[in-house]
Design a protein around this ligand. Structure first.
Ligand code: NIG
Length: 401
């Protein structure tokens, strides 16, 4: 393929700390006009991509890095994590691997540990997991509250998350806390708790599932959050076919996450909506559920994203590469589709896929987020599953490894 130069900025805009990354063997841009480029280069200026094109004609910059023919992708966009928590759930995991089913009630164990933790401990745990994710190529990460479940604990979770994550989601509707009356708790989630958390969050989410919140309660919570100006996402169809997808599509949610058990009507509804189907393969595996029907959704025309769902209960991994390999090897997506879903798909789920500073893409004006693989092509992500392939990462223009 012939690399095409694109969008060279006027030299007057060159930033003093520009970097030119040359010698890219295969560049996945996720830009329909650029496609996949070979022998390519990218110029980063401050926190933006300034130029993308042929390596041989790349403009000079303050710093030059030759990646020696390696493959470069946009950084992973992990659009679904739960990283404000304390403790782990090793015993629950062991019991599950011995045949116990996953139950939403396990969330209460982490709620107790999270409430008992200091702000400093919660923040240190969050940043340790975020660093772990970035070292593996994640450059944009959403995280949620949901292990506090009091006004005070949800607010501090959101406040801590807002210091570090790209996107913060309010998930007071994760579980009715043990001992609480469900209807009074929904009142709180839609009232004082929402008011207190909203200044720190861009999104609200509800776990619409048997054992968590039913359709009527979920709809009320989503409507209250939307009225307060938050974008809406839904945890749906994780443990059985239920109303989550219907509710999300009907309410114009940005995404419905899990989508493990879908009816034909659910697939059709997603295919004809702007609601992204965010699939969480590590969670499906770790809870011994079937894998979500990625191929069916893709073929029907739904927008598919892949995310880690990093949390101590149902999916304790920050590895987007593992999710991509699983999506290819076990869920029927091609490597190109899976990489798109874990970058541009996640960006779409977070509504960060367009305009200045877009993520999940490498084009002039996008955020300077690059993931260099120690491999000649993205295919190696599935061809060499489990092998740590991240060679270098730029996040918002900063070299992270
Ligand atoms: O996305 N489904 C609900 N919430 C998390 C699980 C959290 C937990 O088990 O602690 C999820 O899987």
């Amino acid at each position: 393929p012939n690399p095409r130069p694109a969008a060279l900025l006027p030299s007057s805009t060159v930033h003093p700390t520009s970097t030119v990354v040359t010698g890219i063997g295969e560049l996945t841009t996720n830009d329909p006009g650029l496609g996949i480029l070979h022998d390519a280069a990218v110029v980063l200026e401050a926190d933006r991509v300034a130029w993308v094109g042929e390596s041989a004609v790349a403009p000079a910059a303050d710093v030059a890095v030759d990646v020696g023919g390696r493959a470069v992708l946009p950084g992973w966009v992990d659009s679904h994590t739960h990283l404000v928590f304390a403790g782990d759930r090793t015993a629950e995991f062991e019991a599950r691997m011995a045949g116990e089913p996953y139950r939403a009630g396990g969330i209460a164990t982490t709620v107790a540990r999270t409430r008992a933790a200091s702000d400093e401990d919660l923040e240190a745990n969050l940043t340790a997991h975020l660093d772990e994710a970035v070292r593996q190529g994640t450059t944009c990460l959403e995280t949620k509250t949901g292990y506090g479940l009091t006004v005070e604990d949800e607010t501090r979770s959101a406040r801590i998350a807002a210091r570090h994550a790209d996107e913060v989601t309010y998930l007071g509707a994760h579980l009715v806390p043990p001992g609480a009356d469900a209807e009074s708790y929904v009142d709180l989630v839609c009232g004082d708790m929402l008011e207190a958390v909203a200044p720190y969050a861009g999104w609200a989410d509800v776990f619409c599932e048997d054992g968590a919140f039913d359709e009527v309660q979920s709809e009320r919570i989503a409507a209250a959050a939307a009225a307060r100006g938050l974008g809406v996402r839904v945890h749906g169809n994780q443990l059985g076919a239920g109303p989550g997808v219907r509710l999300a599509v009907r309410g114009g949610a940005a995404s419905v996450d899990h989508c493990t058990y879908l009816t034909g009507e659910d697939v059709d509804a997603l295919a004809s909506s702007a609601t992204v189907a965010t699939l969480l393969p590590a969670c499906d595996l770790s809870t011994r559920q079937p894998l979500a029907p990625a191929r069916r959704l893709w073929d029907a025309g739904a927008t598919v994203a892949l995310a880690s769902n990093a949390n101590p209960g149902s999916s304790y991994t920050t590895s987007m590469a593992f999710c991509v390999a699983t999506a290819v090897l076990q869920m029927g997506l091609t490597v190109r589709e899976a990489v798109w879903a874990a970058t541009a798909g996640g960006a779409r789920a977070l509504r960060r896929d367009t305009g200045d500073g877009a993520v999940g893409t490498v084009r002039a004006g996008a955020r300077a987020d690059l993931h260099v693989l120690d491999a000649p092509s993205a295919t190696h992500l599935a061809y060499r599953p489990g092998v740590p392939l991240t060679w270098a990462v730029w996040r918002s223009g900063e070299r992270e490894r």
